[in-house]
Design a protein around this ligand. Sequence first.
Ligand SMILES: Nc1ncnc2c1ncn2[C@@H]1O[C@H](COP(=O)(O)OP(=O)(O)OP(=O)(O)O)[C@@H](O)[C@H]1O
Length: 341
Amino acid sequence: MRLDGVWLRYRRHGPWVLRQVDATIGAGEVAVVLGRNGVGKSTLLQLAAGVLRPSRGRVVDRPAVVGWVPERFPADQPFTVGAYLSAMGRVAGLSGPAADRAVAHWVERLGLTRFHDVRLPQLSKGTAQKVGLAQAMLRPPGLLVLDEPWEGLDAAARELVPEMIGEVLAGGGAVLVSDHRGETVRLPGARHWSVADGTLTEAAPSDGSAVAVVELAVPAAGLAAAVARLRADGHQILRIRDHAVPPAAGSPERSVTPCPADPEAVPGGAPGVVSEVGSGTRAGGAPGVVSEAVPGGAPGVVSEVGSGARAGGAPGVVSDVAREAPGGDAGRSGVTSEVSG
Ligand SMILES: Nc1ncnc2c1ncn2[C@@H]1O[C@H](COP(=O)(O)OP(=O)(O)OP(=O)(O)O)[C@@H](O)[C@H]1O
């Protein structure tokens, strides 16, 4: 499927939400749409799914079967779960018996059995979201479009999302998924599309062969916000650490602490280091420490302290830690870097 010079605004003479978006997604590919709140991720997904029509440009080669999971399932409909899903199966082109079989399969798989005869408005947000996932999968989609699919789901259901994505990809489908919380770390091989200022840019692949690790210092009070911002920009957080406990020299991954998917869960009260892998670098403008990965011609590690950064452009880069940052405040800085090629 291809978005060909797509522009979108919601009303005549209104502001453009998207301008001249060109993007292609092929069979067996997944693209994660990243960006801050309100930049137009949902708009882009709705254009891809065919829910919205471009104001200018066109969307071509959209697969015949599209599974669309909106950010909020429209639960204000007077149907039971079973009746709604059966009807959606028919809408998707399944015969009655085939729809029934598909509904039985997905109801069981998503743990919806006891809600089969419950009316949609009576469902909790998370359960309604599962109904939204189920309806999109009743007929194997050639394109699955998921808008923030993890929102509101319990732990078990969250695990199902990457599974469902994997099944669509294995069946030759394509998947677009938006995410501002970093859950996509569970989607290896995903392409990263970043939306900002009305345009879409694709980040370099994060398959591990073209990324580097950067350590950034951030103010402790701004840690959660920094993590959220970095994730929104498409970077992968590897770890968060107190800069008073530096990692072993030359082995920054050794002391990795799993980073919570929810930026709100980041302990904001303590100074911290965030390790991130991704496709671009953001320099920390203030003291503190963050690690992130950036694309490079070769694997590498970059350590950054305060507002200064040095990038390793060659393999075999070493981070040396636990020394006072050049020109920094000894009480707040604890990392400096040595780069070798
Ligand atoms: N139906 C609509 N009518 C008018 N403006 C809209 C409509 N839907 C979205 N917008 C506007 O378009 C812009 C992009 O919204 P969109 O929902 O696509 O962003 P988003 O990146 O998905 O945000 P979030 O991360 O909060 O879901 C916002 O300024 C929003 O207010």
